[in-house]
Design a binder for this molecule. Sequence first.
Ligand code: MLT
Length: 396
Amino acid sequence: MKINQNYLDLKNSYLFSTVAKKISAYKEANPDKKVIRMDIGDVTLPLCGAVVTALRKAVEDMSQKETFRGYGPEQGYDFLREAIAGYYAKIGVALSADEIFVSDGAKSDIGNMLDLFDRDNNVLIPDPVYPVYRDTNIMAGRRISFIEANAGNNFLPMPDQAGSADIIYLCSPNNPTGAVYSHEQLKSWVDYANGRGAVIFFDAAYESFVGEAALPRSIFEIPGAETCAVEFCSFSKTAGFTGTRCGYTVVPHALVCGETKLRDMWLRRQTTKFNGVPYIVQRAAEAVFTPEGLFETRKNIAYYMENGKLIAKTMRELGITFVGGETSPYIWMQCGMDSWDYFDMLLERANVTGTPGAGFGRAGEGYFRLTAFGTQEATAEAMERMKALKKIDPAF
Ligand code: MLT
C-alpha cells in the first residue's frame, strides 16, 4: 500500500484535540482544581422546548408501523429543506429547496466539498482561521496561500491582497476573531470571485449572532453570489446541536464551471457517499424554524451574548485589546506573549482555558480566543479569576 503522504504535512493533532488533551492531563494531575473551559466553542444550554417536543414526536413516529421511516433522501427531507428555504426568505434570499442539502454539520461539508475540485487550484485561506479549512486542503495536497487578518485591516482581509485565488474561504461572523464583513465588503469578494471564475466557500455557522445588526447573515444577500458561492451553515451554534449533529449547505443552480453545475456534482457526491441525517434529528431541526423554536433559540443566543458582553467589559477593565463578542460568540484578545505559554499560564494560575491564537494560524500568534458559550455563572467566575490574576501579576 501507499499512504496519502500529505497527512505527514499536518500537525500531528487537530487543534481542539491538542487543547482537550492538555486540559485532561492538567485535571488528572490536579483533581481538586475546578477548571472553567472557554476553549472549544461548545454550547452549554440544553436543546430548547420546541426541539425536544419535535424529537419526542419523531421517536414516536419511528415506533409505529404507519409512520416509521427507513432510508431518507440523501439531501434531506423536503420538510426541513423547505423550512430552511423559508428562513432564508425572511432575509430576502430566494432559494429553492433543491439547492439546499442537509448534512451532519458544516465541518463535514466544508471538508467534503473539496471532492468536487481538482487538486490543481490555488486555495486562499484567511489567517487566523478555523483550522478545518487549512487541514483539509493540506490532506488533499493543494497549494495554499494565506491572507492575513490583523488589526490593520480590522481582521477583515479584502481581495486587494488576494493574489490569484481559485477557492476562497470566508467566515463571517468570523471564527476565531469575531469580525463581521459588511455588505459592501462581501460585494468586493463576490465581484473578485466572479471576475476570476473562482468559488467562495462561505462559512455562515455563526450567522445567528448577527442579531438585529445591519450586517449580512448570508453571502446570498449579495447580488452575484449565486454564481460564485457555496454556503455552509449549522444548527450547532444556532440551536445547540453540537451533540445532535445537523447542518446544511447551499449550492445554487447558477454556480457552474463551464457547462457543469456544481449543485449536480454535489448531489452526485452526497447520494454516493452519504446516507442522510436521521429522521428524528431532521424533525428536531425543522422545529428550530417554528415560531416557538425561533423565539427559544433567540433567547439562548441572547444568553450567550450576555457572556460576550461580560467578557468584553472585563477585557476593557483589564486594559486588554480585543475584538469580537458583540456580533459573535468569540472574543479575540491580545495576550502579549506566546499564545501556548499564555494557555499554560492561564490554566495553571487561574484554572481557566481558552484557545491559543497560534493554533488558528501564524498570524494568530500573540492572540488568544475565549468563547461565550459557557454558562453565565462559569463565565462570571472565569472573569473574576482573570481580574484576580491581574491584581497579583500586572504583567498578565
Ligand atoms: C470552535 O471552537 O472553533 C468550534 O466549536 C469548532 C467547530 O465548530 O468545529
